[in-house]
Structures are given as C-alpha cells and as structure tokens.
Design a binder for this molecule. Structure first.
Ligand code: GLN
Ligand code: ZN
Length: 753
C-alpha cells in the first residue's frame, strides 16, 4: 500500500499567525519564549492536520521563523564572519543576519527558483567552517515525537545549499563540500539515534542546467551520506530531472521524489527497472497552485506506476506546499462555484489521503469522494467563464501585425518628439508617489462602504491635483498621476478584469514575515470597461505637460497571480495582452500621449533550463508587444523593469521595442547600463538616478556622478532622468528634496550638452 506524504507545509499559519508573532517579537511585544510557544502551536496544528488527513508521516524541519534555507545556515553554523555571531547563532543572531543590523546589511535575498518566495543567500568564504547547532532542528524532532507522530525530517540538501550560496571572489564552492558533508553526516547519525526512519533531502538544483563537476558531486556526496543515518529520500522538484536518470538510479539512496506536475513526462524514464530496494515518490498534487487535483487523471498515472512499483510507490505533493495558501475553509466570500474548484494546503492533504485509499482499497471504496471531486473538475471544464467564445476568438485571430508598431523606433521617435517637444534628458518618475495615511484610509473606507464612491473620487482627485502641482513646481517634464487609487499593481487591475477573483486569506510567504495574497485567474480574461482612463484624463486636464498613463503589463499580471492550470500560460498572457491593449488604445483616444506599461517580472517566468528559454521569451515579448502596438506613432510607449539581472535577456528586452525603458540601477551604481551599452540597446533608457529605498536624500554630486556614468556609455539623446521605482513607500519631504536635486542635476547636464 502506498505511503502518502508531503514535501513540506506552509509555516505561516492560515491566518498569518507566524507573521503576527514574529513581528510582535521584533517590536519587543513578545519575548523569545512567547515566540517559541507560538511556533510550537503552529507546528502542532500542522502536524496534526497531516496526521488527521491520514498521511503516513508528518514532515518535520519545514518550519522556519524567517526562511528555511537560513535555518540550514544556522543549523550548520555557517554564519558569515561579518556578523560576528560565532558558530552557534541564537535566535537574535538569526534575525540580525536576516534583517541586518546598524553595522551590517542583511544577507542578500533571492528568488527561490521560479517561485515568488525569497531565500536568504548564504555567504561562502574560503575560511567558512561548519559546526552542528542541534538546537536548530532536534528540538522540533523531539517535539513531534513527543506528540506521538511518525516523522520524516526534511532538510535542504547540501548541494542545493552550496549552489545557492554566494561565494567570495576566487572560491570554488565545491571546495567547502567535504566540510559541509561532515556536519550532515553527524546530523543524520543523530537523527537515526533519535529513531527517525526517513530524511528527505531537497535538491531542486537538479532541475537546473548543472555543470559536470556538480553532477559528480552528487555521486560523491550521496555515496557518503547514504549510510549515515535514516533512509534517505532525495527530493527533486520544479522540473524534469530525467537527464540525470542514470546517475540518480545509481545513487545508494532509499528513495527518489519526482515532480510530476511540472514534468509528468519524466516518469517514464524512471519507473521501468526502478531498483527493487528503492522507493519512488511521485509528486502528483500541485504544490505551486491552488486548484483541485484531477484525481481521476492522477489515478490513471498512479495505477500504472503501482503496477510497476508495487510497495515502492509513494504519493506526494509535487513540492512543498509552502507556495499555496493554507486552508480553503476560511474563504467565505469566494463565489461558491469557483471555490469548489480549489484546494489549499489542508485540502491537498485530503486529496493525497484519498488517492492513497483508492490505490489501497480500490476506487469503489471511495467512490463517493471521487465522484464529488470529479464533478468539481467537470463543472470547471464546462463553466462558461473558463471558455468565453469572444475571448478565444480574439486570441485565435491575432496576426503578426498586432504585435508590431506601424514604423520602426527611429521614425516613431521623430513623430513623438514633434508632438511632445521634450528637452534633452527629459525628467520623469516611475509612477507612484507617497501613499499617505489619508489615502490609505480613504481607500479602506471606500472598500468598507463607509465612504461613498463620489466622495472617494473627490478625495483621490484632490490627491492627484496636489501631486500634479508638486511635479509642476519641481519642474518635472513628464508627469504621473501618482497612483493613489491603487492598492497594488496587480490587484487593482485584476479587480476590474473579468476572469479574476480574490481570496480573503490566500496568503503565501514571500520572504520573512512578508506575505502576499496573489489574485486568482480562474477564467478567460477580458476587460468589461476602461480601467484607468478617468484618472489619467483627469490628471492630464490639470496640466499642459504630458501625463503618463500607467498600466501593469500582461506578464506582471500573470506572474503575480495564481494562474489557471487548464490553459497554457501563453494563452492566458495573450488574453491579458488583448485586454490591456484595449486600455492603451482608450488612453490614447482620450488624449494621453505617453503610456507606461510596467513589466517588472519578465524574468520571473524564465524557465529554469536554458533550452526552454527562447520559447518562453518569444511569447512573453509577443504579449508585451500586443499590449503596446495598438497606438499611433506619435504615442510614446514606456516600460519599466525593476532591478534584475538583465544581461542574458537583453535581446528580448530590446525586442519588446518600448520607446523608453526605465530601469532600477542606482544601487548597482549603473553597472547594469554597461550591459545595455555593450548590447547597443537601440531605444531610449531611463536609468534610476537615485535609490528610493531609504529616506536618505542623495546629494547633487552623487546624482551627477551617476548621470556622468550613464552619459559615458550611452548617447545623451537616448537618456532619460528618473529615480528608481517605488516612491509610494517614501514620505513627501524626502521625495521632494531628492526630486529637486534630480531636476537640478538634469538641468545642469543639459547646459553642457
Ligand atoms: N508604477 C509603479 C510604481 O511606481 C511601478 C512599481 C514597480 O516597479 N514594481 O510604483
Ligand atoms: Zn520597479
């Protein structure tokens, strides 16, 4: 009979209890003992839920106060020397490294593979040494055992931890491997002493393009660790690992986990001739999305696998459930029909248990539950909202010319300049201005129904008027309306588009105590009516200077949402592109001459493997171009991207063919621009001239130095002047002070051209 387990559970709590406790602790309102008690309560609840559902193990080790990779860093005693915390960090040290101290900046944060979760980057030096800090894991193991659970311990694997670390110059990270393995070895041995039967080591880097020496490192590492402690389950996820099939089969492991949601095709490479003494764990329930599993389809796959594997078959979630919200039962406002198509983490436990019973006792034993699940899937399939004929027809009718401006940039540029008459080095901002308490209060009151729509509009218009006046006084050339009406750059548009819905408690951890509640794309997307035209035209009516219309792009709308899993992402992107294209066209018709389409996320969709990237970039660029190409030559299209490693996707960024791109550069001191210059990026660029992430007002000299750097590598008539993005998080005094200097810097530079 198959074993059912999960790779990990969301740790934040269904109502973000962990966030509440951690932030109270940071404020000094909850002491360490209180924080530990809150954590214990959450773990206890989550383990009990796994057990109640009927899973064979509860998973221990997936809890973290901030980040599970950082927990491993603490567990193996690899605190960077610059924090001076020594080899045995306590909780305060752990948080100091995560959040920074007055003397030391925090550890860097990076996106966990292709998810929106961010991990803390380990810092590796030639003299990094390791020491086992039992307190960072063993108490949890004992805690679970004391509660009478049968447990499987999960840890990031040594190679994934090393790979994700940032090495000091000249260091080959693999040089640290054998020291690290010593600590794993001791740890595994102690887990065995404690009676732990299974340890799951997560090695998602197997889904990346791995160099040969790293592949070889798997052979040596797992050869060494195999006998150390509990039986080892090596977990892969987020991609296809079949290129490593021979190597993985030869490792002396007790089991291997495969992600069959992302890469169902890889099963064939493993299931035949799978060694008799090994478990194969099949991740068939999606850990990345909140839809119900098609249990009938899953059972078809699993029956076949069971025939080949017998007792060696395990069933599981594709990856940790940390990427999905916790409990659908808390959603009381979702439309019941759509809610019935969903399964959050707790519901996914039940799905696994059901699959297990169907495999063990036959489908007849659970026919009622299977029937309920099948009707939900069938209902979703035939729901009118999931296949709107008009939307499908529009996408089907797309022609290459929809994704092409009428003329090349050089021609458009002349037409735009004739109309806009901008000075050299034109100044602008990225869109938002400080979101004051009054703005937030008005928005909340409007949502709660205590402020009626007309009063809300008056309040927002007053804010827009003041923002326009301030920009005119500052002497900025291209104005923005300030986005006071927007809670968030995706939710704001999602609320106005058909095909979107919103949860009340669908939180997932983004980093540390920060959680996001992504909107849900459940059906075909279309735009019932204009979304921003009224605000933008109002703002334009207040000034003779050009007012930028401000939209979120199709990729951002896609990647910052939970996306339907019954349609390829490309199709959803094209639907979004057409909806946003209509908005662009309407803005133009209403007299808006410059429209910015924010696209900070093009990199987020980038497939983990090189070979899959060109196909993705092609549709990503196509979606942007469809959005941007419905307008006349005279209308200037801007795009904006946040900090990013751009270098390898510059051709795609150029292919988006925005007339102007603004990018975040100041923190990297314009290094990014070299890449644009080397690539001879053809259109206009606005590199961020100052960092808005701190209230500190940069000096004229600093801005001038950055501008000089930009002027050194790019032609002056291609350059715009703007800050980095995110002014909504700042206060007005520093914003106005910094922008005053920015405008002065631009004027002084113009005089020298
Ligand atoms: N227009 C948005 C703003 O300025 C862009 C946000 C972003 O880049 N993520 O806030
Ligand atoms: Zn940005």
């Amino acid at each position: 009979m198959p074993v059912a387990h999960i790779l990990g559970f969301p740790r934040i709590g269904a109502q973000r209890e962990l966030k509440t406790a951690v932030e109270a602790h940071w404020r000094g309102a909850l002491d360490e003992a209180g924080l530990h008690e809150a954590a214990r309560a959450l773990r206890r609840r989550h383990w009990q839920q796994q057990r109640d559902a009927g899973l064979d193990f509860v998973t221990v080790g997936d809890f973290a106060f901030y980040d599970h990779l950082h927990n491993l860093t603490a567990l193996v005693g690899a605190s960077p020397a610059r924090f001076g915390v020594g080899p045995s960090p306590g909780l305060a040290d752990y948080f100091a490294m995560a959040r920074g101290t007055p003397e030391q900046p925090a550890l860097a944060m990076k996106k966990w593979f292709d998810t929106n979760y961010h991990y803390l980057v380990p810092e590796l030096a030639a003299d990094t040494r390791f020491a086992l800090n039992r307190d960072w894991l063993l108490p949890e193991v004992r805690e679970a055992q004391a509660l009478g659970h049968r447990i499987k311990v999960v840890l990031p694997g040594p190679l994934t931890w090393l790979w994700l670390g940032e090495a000091e110059a000249g260091l080959d990270k693999l040089a640290l491997l054998s020291l690290l393995l010593n600590v794993y070895w001791v740890l595994l041995a102690e887990l065995k002493t404690l009676g732990v039967e299974w340890a799951q080591l997560d090695e998602p880097i197997l889904s990346l393009d791995l160099p040969a020496d790293w592949r070889q490192a798997f052979v040596t590492s797992y050869g060494e660790l195999a006998g150390a402690g509990p039986q080892l389950l090596l977990a892969t996820y987020f991609g296809d690992v079949s290129e490593h099939a021979a190597m993985l089969r030869a490792l002396p492991l007790a089991g291997l986990h495969l992600d069959l949601v992302r890469a169902p095709q890889q099963l064939a490479q493993f299931v035949d001739e799978w060694p008799q003494d090994r478990v194969l764990s099949l991740g068939i329930v999606d850990g990345r999305n909140l839809w119900r599993t098609d249990l009938a389809a899953a059972l078809t796959t699993l029956h076949a696998a069971q025939a080949a594997l017998g007792e060696r078959l395990w069933i599981a979630t594709s990856c940790s459930l940390q990427h999905v919200p916790t409990d659908l039962r808390l959603e009381r406002r979702l439309e019941p029909r759509i809610r019935n198509w969903m399964a959050f983490a707790v519901q996914k436990l039940d799905e696994l248990a059901l699959l297990k019973r169907a495999l063990r006792d036959g489908e007849g034993s659970v026919w009622r539950e299977l029937h309920v699940a099948a009707s939900a899937i069938a209902d979703r399939r035939r729901a009118p909202s999931t296949q709107v004929a008009a939307v499908r027809a529009r996408v089907a009718a797309l022609k290459p010319e929809h994704a092409r401006r009428a003329t090349p940039f050089a021609t458009r540029h002349v037409a735009q300049q004739a109309q806009l008459r901008l000075p050299k080095l034109p100044t602008t901002t990225i869109g938002s201005f400080p979101q004051t308490d009054e703005i937030r209060a008005a928005r909340a009151a409007c949502k709660a129904g205590t402020l009626d729509a007309a009063d809300y509009r008056t309040a927002m218009q007053a804010e827009i008027r003041s923002v326009v006046e301030r920009q005119e006084a500052l002497g900025i050339d291209v104005l923005v309306h300030g986005e006071p009406e927007r809670n968030d750059m995706v939710e704001y548009f999602g609320e106005q588009l058909d095909g979107y819905t919103f949860t009340q408690n669908g939180w997932v951890q983004s980093y540390g105590s920060r959680c996001v509640k992504p909107p849900v794309i459940h059906g075909d997307v279309s735009r019932p009516c204009a979304m921003t035209v009224e605000w933008s035209t109002y703002a334009q009516s207040l000034t003779d200077r050009p007012m930028k219309g401000m939209l979120s792009g199709p990729l951002t709308m896609l990647f910052w949402s939970f996306v339907r899993d019954d349609l390829p992402k490309r199709e959803v992107a094209l639907q979004l592109a057409l909806a946003l294209r209509d908005e662009v066209v309407d803005l133009e018709a209403a007299g808006i001459r410059i429209i910015q389409i924010d696209e900070p996320t093009i990199r987020e969709g980038l497939p983990l493997k090189q070979a899959d990237r060109p196909a993705y970039l092609e549709w990503a660029v196509q979606a942007f171009r469809i959005t941007a190409s419905g307008v006349r030559d005279e209308t200037q299209i801007h795009t904006h991207m946040c900090y990013s490693e751009f270098n390898d996707i510059l051709p795609a960024i150029a292919a988006m063919d925005a007339d102007v791109i603004t990018i975040e550069t100041s923190r990297a001191r314009m290094k990014l621009l070299d890449a644009f210059a080397d690539f001879r990026y053809p259109n206009d660029i606005g590199p961020g001239l100052y960092d808005i992430h701190s209230p500190r007002v940069p000096t004229r000299e600093e801005m001038t130095a950055l501008l000089d750097k930009a002027l050194a590598v790019l032609p002056a008539d291609r350059l715009w002047i703007n800050p980095d993005c995110g002014l909504k998080t700042r206060g007005w005094p520093e914003t106005e002070a910094a922008l005053t200097r920015m405008v002065a810097t631009a004027r002084a530079a113009r005089a020298t051209l």
